[in-house]
Write a protein that binds this ligand. Structure first.
Ligand code: MGD
Ligand code: MGD
Ligand code: SF4
Ligand code: MO
Length: 740
C-alpha cells in the first residue's frame, strides 16, 4: 500500500494523495484537486499568523508566493521568513527515507517504512512491557497543525497507553498558560490585533516585536491615536529604540516594578471600581503592595523612583486605553507566572480589560503554540479539558468513541521532569516530534549526557541533520509546512488553514500519515478510524470544544475558515440567544462582559513576594547572560532558515556576543575578537560585538547558535515549569590566539 502511494506521487499534486491515505481501507477515494492559479496558507513560522498567497503551476505545485492583502492579520505584509517560506523545502538535508542506527557500527542506514514501523512498535512495546506506561514520553511542538498534535497526543495516551508527553511550548508559553488559567479560570489570551491600533498607551514587556513579530510592529505603526509606546527590556533593542520610552530594567526586576506601580495607583486612588468589583483578592493585594514604594524597589529594578511614579500615572490615566503585551522577557523567568499575573492585576485594577485597545496580552511564539495549548493532549486534555475531571473524561471518551478507561486520570510530567526521569533511568524511551531539544533545551549538555541512558530515541523531523535527529536510534522523515494540510491558531486566537502545495521529497510522509501508520502497526487503528484526514480530525476536535470557553462548534469546515479570513475562538454554534451568526465579526476580544471563566465568574488577583535570581553574577562569573532572538531572518535552531540563500545573507553566520564597550575595554576585548564565554556548565566561542545596547555587566547571545544552551542555568518557574533562559552568570575572556 505504502509503495503504491509513493509511486503515485509522480502525477499532479492532489491533496488526497499527500494527506489522505485510505491505506487501511478507511479513507475516502482520492479526488483530484483541480489545479488552481493560487491558494492560501498561514505562514509556518511565528504566531503572528500572516496569510500567504501561493502561486501554483498547472500541477498544483507552488512556484512563488506573496503576502495576502485581504487577510485581517497581515494586510499584505510579510517578514523575510514568510517571503522565503518555500526555500527550506528543497534543502539537501531533507529526510527522504527512515534511518535506523545499526548498534554494531553506530552508522545510520536507510530502511523502508515497514521496517521502521516494526522497529518503532517493538522499541516502545518492549519498554512498556518491561517498565510500564510511565517509562516513555513524547516531546512535541507548537509548529505542526493541531490536527496532527491532537492525533499524536491521543494516539500516545489513549491508543498506545503511555502517560507522559510534553511539548516545546513548555519552553515558550507555559508561563502565560498558567497565569491565565489561575487568574481567569481558562487559558484565554484576550486580545485581538486591532487592539494594537486602538491603544493610547502600549507597554511592551520583554518583547522585541521588530525582530520577533515584525508584522505586529507594523500593526503598532498603523495606530492613528498617537500612542505612547513604552518598552521594558534590559537591552536597548530595535523595538526599544523605536519607542517613546525605554525602561532598561534590571533582568528579573519586573515583579517588584509592577507591584510598585500598583502601590502608586492604589495610593493615589486611581483604580477602576467597577473592574475591581469583578475580582477576588483585591483587599489582600492592597495590603501586600503597601510595602512596594517606588523608592524601595528602585535598586532592584534599576529604575528611578520618579520614573516609576510617572509610569504609574501613565498606565492608570482615566479615559485612556492602556494595553500591555508581553513575550519571553516575562515567560522565561524563575518567577514568570507571578510577573504575568502582576501585569494582569494592573489591567484589572485600572479597568484596562475587555475594551478596545486594552488588555493583559501575551504574544505567542510559534505558528501553532495556541493550537498546542488547546489540543496537544499533554498537561491538559484535548479541547482544553482536565484529566482529573470525571465529566471531562466522559465527554472526551464519548466523542472519541473510546472506553473511558483508556483515559488516564493523572497528568503528564512536565518537560524538565521528563528529562530528570530519563536522567534517573526511569524514562527509557523518547519520541521527539518537530522540535530540536539537543539545541534548544536549557543546559543542553545534560540532555546530551542523558542520551546514553535512553534505550530508544526516535526523532521525527523534516531534516536528518538536526542536533536531535543525529542522536536518534530511529529517524522518521516528515513532510513540512507547504507539504500538508491542517489548521494553526495565531496569537489573537484566530484559526486558519494551511495547504499542500509541494510534494514531500522521497518517501517522506506528513506527520498525520505517520501517526496513522503507527496506529495501524501498534494495533489501535480502530480507535482512530474516523481520523482519516486532517479535516475529519478537525471535525472531531471542533465537536470536543462544545461548551468550553474555546467553543468553535460554529465553524463548518476549512472552507468556512478560508472564506471568513480565519475565525477567532470562541465561535459556538449555539449561543444564549439562539444559533450563532454564520459570519463572525472579523475582530473579537474576550471579557467584554467582564465575566471570567472561574467558578465565581470573577478574576483572581494573585501575587507573591519576589524571589532572588537563581544564579546571580559573582566574582568568578561576573556577567549576566541574556539570550533571545537575533534577527528577523533567523528561526530558532535554524534547521529551516539556514537553508535559504536569501535569509543566510541577512544574519551573521557565526555566533556573536553583544558586550558593552566599557566592559570590553576592561576585559581587554577588541571588536570582532574571538572570545570564550563560560558558565559553570560549559564554554562557547563567539565573536565580540561591542555595543551599548546591552547594559554594563550584561552580555547577550542569540539563541540561534547551538552552543548557547550549553551555558544556560537549569532553573524553572515553580508554577509553570518554564525554563529561565534569560539569566545566568558567565565570564568572558579573549580566546587563545589560535581561535582568532
Ligand atoms: N525572527 C524570529 N522571530 C521569532 C522567533 C525566532 O526564532 N526568530 N521565535 C518565535 C518564538 S517561538 C517566540 S517565543 C517569540 C519570542 O519573542 P520575544 O520574546 O520578543 O523574543 P526574545 O528575544 O526571546 O525576548 C524578548 C526580550 O526579552 C528581554 N528580556 C530578557 N530578560 C528580561 C527581563 O528580566 N525583563 C524584561 N522585561 N525583559 C527581559 C530580552 O532582552 C529580549 O529583548 O518570537 C517568535 N518570533
Ligand atoms: N537560550 C535560549 N533557548 C531557547 C529560547 C531562548 O530564548 N533562549 N527560546 C525557547 C523557545 S521560546 C522556543 S519556542 C524553543 C524552540 O526550540 P525548538 O522547537 O527546538 O526549535 P526549532 O528550530 O523551531 O525546532 C523545530 C524542529 O521541527 C522541525 N520541523 C519543522 N516543521 C516540521 C513538521 O511539520 N514536522 C516535523 N516532524 N518536523 C518539523 C524543524 O526542522 C526543527 O528541527 O527554543 C527555546 N530555547
Ligand atoms: S511575521 Fe511571522 S507569520 Fe508573518 S511572515 Fe513573518 S514569520 Fe511569518
Ligand atoms: Mo517560543
Amino acid at each position: 500500500m505504502i509503495e503504491e502511494l509513493l509511486k503515485s506521487r509522480q502525477g499532479p499534486l492532489t491533496e488526497d494523495l499527500v494527506q489522505e491515505p485510505g491505506e487501511f481501507g478507511l479513507g475516502k477515494v482520492p479526488a483530484r484537486l483541480k489545479p488552481a492559479a493560487t491558494t492560501t496558507s498561514i505562514c509556518g513560522y511565528c504566531a503572528t499568523g500572516c496569510q500567504l498567497k501561493l502561486h501554483l503551476d498547472r500541477d498544483g505545485n507552488a512556484i512563488n508566493l506573496s503576502p495576502q492583502a485581504s487577510y485581517p492579520v497581515n494586510l499584505g505584509m510579510a517578514c523575510p521568513k514568510g517571503w522565503q517560506a518555500l526555500d527550506p523545502l528543497t534543502a539537501d538535508d531533507r529526510g527522504t527515507v527512515p534511518l535506523l542506527r545499526d548498534p554494531a557500527t553506530g552508522q545510520r542506514k536507510p530502511v523502508d517504512w515497514e521496517t521502521a514501523l516494526g522497529v518503532f512498535v517493538d522499541g516502545f512495546r518492549s519498554i512498556q512491557d518491561k517498565h510500564g506506561r510511565d517509562a516513555a514520553a513524547f516531546l512535541s511542538t507548537g509548529q505542526i497543525p493541531f490536527e496532527e498534535m491532537a492525533f499524536l497526543g491521543c494516539l500516545w495516551k489513549f491508543g498506545m497507553g503511555f502517560l507522559h508527553g510534553d511539548a516545546n511550548t513548555r519552553q515558550c508559553m507555559a508561563t502565560a498558560v498558567t497565569a491565565y488559567k489561575q487568574s481567569f479560570g481558562f487559558d484565554a489570551p484576550p486580545a485581538t490585533y486591532a487592539d494594537f491600533e486602538e491603544s493610547d498607551v502600549i507597554v511592551l514587556v520583554g518583547a522585541n516585536l521588530c525582530i520577533a513579530h515584525p508584522i505586529l510592529w507594523q500593526r503598532v505603526m498603523r495606530n492613528r491615536r498617537n500612542p505612547k509606546i513604552i518598552v521594558i527590556d534590559p537591552r536597548s533593542t530595535e523595538t526599544a529604540q523605536a519607542a517613546n520610552l525605554h525602561l532598561p530594567i534590571r533582568p528579573k526586576g519586573d515583579l517588584p516594578l509592577y507591584y510598585a506601580l500598583a502601590h502608586c495607583i492604589l495610593r493615589d486612588g486611581r483604580i477602576d471600581e467597577a473592574s475591581v468589583a469583578r475580582t477576588e483578592g483585591y483587599a489582600e493585594f492592597a495590603e501586600f503592595v503597601k510595602a512596594f514604594t517606588p523608592q524601595s524597589v528602585s535598586d532592584v529594578t534599576g529604575i528611578a523612583a520618579e520614573t516609576i511614579e510617572q509610569l504609574a500615572a501613565t498606565v492608570s490615566e482615566p479615559g485612556k486605553r492602556v494595553s500591555w503585551w508581553w513575550t519571553m522577557g516575562v515567560n522565561q523567568s524563575h518567577e514568570g507566572v507571578r510577573t504575568a499575573q502582576a501585569i494582569i492585576n494592573l489591567c484589572l485594577i485600572t479597568g484596562n480589560i475587555g475594551r478596545p485597545g486594552t488588555g493583559p496580552n501575551s504574544i505567542t511564539g510559534q505558528c501553532n503554540a495556541m493550537g498546542s495549548r488547546l489540543f496537544s493532549n499533554t498537561t491538559s486534555m484535548v479541547g482544553g479539558h482536565d484529566f482529573a475531571n470525571q465529566a471531562h473524561r466522559e465527554k472526551v471518551a464519548r466523542r472519541l468513541g473510546i472506553g473511558e478507561d483508556r483515559i488516564p486520570k493523572d497528568t503528564s510530567l512536565e518537560y524538565d521532569r521528563i528529562l530528570a526521569a530519563a536522567e534517573a533511568g526511569e524514562i527509557k524511551g523518547l519520541w521527539i516530534v518537530a522540535t530540536n531539544p539537543f539545541h534548544s533545551w536549557i543546559d543542553s549538555g545534560r540532555l546530551a549526557a542523558l542520551r546514553d541512558k535512553l534505550e530508544f530515541l526516535v526523532v521525527q523531523d523534516m531534516y536528518h541533520s538536526t542536533e536531535s535527529a543525529t542522536e536518534a536510534d530511529l529517524f522518521l522523515p516528515a513532510a513540512g509546512w507547504g507539504e500538508k494540510s491542517g489548521c494553526f491558531i495565531n496569537s489573537e486566537r484566530r484559526i486558519g488553514t494551511i495547504k499542500p502545495v509541494r510534494w514531500p521529497p522521497g518517501q517522506t510522509l506528513s506527520d498525520f500519515r505517520i501517526f496513522r501508520l503507527i496506529a495501524n502497526a501498534w494495533g489501535c487503528a480502530d480507535m482512530f478510524s474516523e481520523w482519516t484526514d486532517t479535516e475529519s480530525a478537525f471535525r472531531i476536535l471542533r465537536d470536543l470544544t462544545e461548551d468550553q470557553p474555546c467553543d468553535i462548534t460554529g465553524i463548518t469546515d476549512y472552507e468556512h475558515l478560508d472564506r471568513m479570513g480565519g475565525i477567532q475562538w470562541p465561535f459556538p454554534a449555539r449561543t444564549e440567544t439562539g444559533d450563532a451568526d454564520t459570519e463572525p465579526a472579523p475582530e473579537r476580544r474576550l471579557f467584554e462582559d467582564e465575566n471570567y471563566y472561574t467558578d465565581s465568574g470573577k478574576a483572581k488577583i494573585l501575587f507573591s513576594p519576589p524571589s532572588a535570581l537563581p544564579e546571580p553574577p559573582d566574582t568568578g562569573y561576573p556577567f549576566l547572560m541574556l539570550t533571545g532572538r537575533g534577527t528577523s531572518s533567523q528561526w530558532h535552531t535554524q534547521s529551516r532558515t539556514s537553508k535559504s540563500d536569501i535569509l543566510r545573507k541577512l544574519y551573521p553566520a557565526g555566533a556573536y556576543v553583544e558586550i558593552h564597550p566599557e566592559d570590553a575595554a576592561e576585559f581587554g576585548i577588541e571588536p570582532n575578537q574571538a572570545v570564550n564565554v563560560s558558565s559553570r556548565r560549559g564554554t562557547m566561542t563567539a565573536s565580540a560585538y561591542l555595543a551599548p545596547t546591552v547594559q554594563r555587566g550584561h552580555i547577550f547571545i542569540p539563541m540561534h547558535y547551538p552552543e548557547v544552551n550549553r551555558l544556560t542555568h537549569p532553573s524553572f518557574d515553580p508554577h509553570s515549569r518554564q525554563p529561565n533562559y534569560k539569566a545566568c552568570a558567565v565570564t568572558i575572556r579573549p580566546a587563545s590566539a589560535g581561535h582568532r
